[in-house]
Design a protein around this ligand. Structure first.
Ligand code: TXA
Ligand code: MG
Length: 332
């Protein structure tokens, strides 16, 4: 972790007060932040990302004590989860207070809130003194950034300042849980698993496999590199690679094992063995696929244990966009 000079934090807070955009590190991914109380600043986020305006944003706050400034009818479950996991990679969706700008909530009657676990983000939140609305700091639909360099690559000069807090330690976005109705529902899987949540609440939770995706922005065109992503098992990965290679495509393989029988010129993007390390590496590897100008990336699906559920979810969404491209390829 880089040591952070206070003047940069104060400068960033001042940019936010003046209505500008600051990219900030969190433990999950980098966020593109604006003053959540300033509708004009929030509107700039959508312009910079090219994101549809009805997609709601997460409001980042310094501590659980600020929940009541944004949400109402806060259930006991929210306090229990905040106590257990904040600061950390869990976002709570709660009934909003009337004065939360529609630009932040996309016009919904709920608001998403999270206390990030990163010293730079927390220092900025404390210096700024209010809530920071921040989606991931990537262009709409693309791979989330996990370093300051990635943010520059994604948004260039569309952001007034990028705070460099080093590589994000978790590497994929927070778990989102909707507590706005009587039955808690996970809207997006992440590092905090369904089981970890059940252990705290000691009650049932509707997991992502049981519900249609109802979280705007969770469409299958997310987290996607330029390459067509093909999901494979360890057994059929080499066959998939061969088929795409024979069709004249520049192919890469994302897998934790060096598989034998790969054609020459196929790039192996190595993945660690543990799902935690794979989460840390996933977006770096997808970005690497772009830098290598790969046309097809065959990805061996991670084990669906712990954060592996979230990894499978992100890879499936990356491949969802790829499916559109399959049609295009099929025409040629
Ligand atoms: O880890 C993270 O959550 C990162 C860091 C920067 O905090 N942020 C992030 O933001 O991933 P974003 O905008 O890329 O994803 C936020 C997701 C979107 O899919 C959005 O639809 C959902 O949160 N969301 C926000 N407010 C919501 C609400 N009121 N109800 C349902 N979903 C909501
Ligand atoms: Mg995002």
């Amino acid at each position: 972790m880089k040591k952070f000079p206070t003047p940069s934090i104060n400068q960033a807070a001042s940019i936010l007060h003046k209505g500008g955009l600051v990219a900030l590190p969190t433990e999950t991914v980098y966020g593109l932040g604006a003053d959540a109380r300033n509708p004009k600043s929030v509107a700039q986020i959508f312009t910079a990302k090219g994101r549809p305006k009805n997609h709601p944003l997460i409001v980042h706050i310094a501590d659980a004590g600020q929940l009541a400034k944004w949400a109402q009818n806060i259930p006991k479950a929210a306090w229990q989860l905040a106590e257990a996991f904040w600061p950390g990679p869990l976002t709570l969706v709660l009934p909003r207070l009337d004065d939360v700008p529609d630009e932040v909530t996309g016009g919904l009657d709920t608001v998403a809130l999270r206390v990030p676990n990163h010293p730079v983000a927390l220092a900025l939140l404390n210096a700024f003194g209010g809530g920071i609305a921040a989606p991931s700091a990537n262009r709409y639909g693309r791979v989330s950034p996990t370093s300051a360099e990635d943010v520059h690559e994604e948004l260039g000069d569309k952001v007034d300042m990028v705070l460099d807090g080093g590589r994000c330690s978790i590497g994929i976005e927070s778990t989102i849980i909707d507590l706005s109705t009587s039955q808690a529902r996970i809207l997006r899987p992440g590092k905090i698993t369904e089981q970890a949540i059940i252990d705290v609440l000691t009650s049932s939770v509707i997991g992502t496999s049981n519900i249609p995706i109802s979280c705007p922005g969770s469409k299958p065109s997310h987290y996607a590199p330029q390459a067509l992503v093909i999901l494979a098992s360890r057994e059929d990965a080499v066959q998939q690679v061969k088929e795409w290679h024979e069709r004249g495509q520049r192919v890469g393989l994302l897998s934790s094992h060096r598989l034998t029988g790969l054609p020459k010129n196929v790039t192996w993007l190595s993945f660690s063995r543990s799902v935690e390390e794979q989460a840390y590496e996933l977006y770096q590897r997808l970005r690497q696929a772009d830098h290598l100008n790969l046309q097809v990336l065959v990805a061996v699906m991670p084990e669906a244990i712990g954060v592996g559920h979230a990894l499978c979810d992100r890879l499936q969404r990356a491949a969802g966009r790829g499916n559109e491209k399959t049609k295009t390829y099929a025409q040629f």
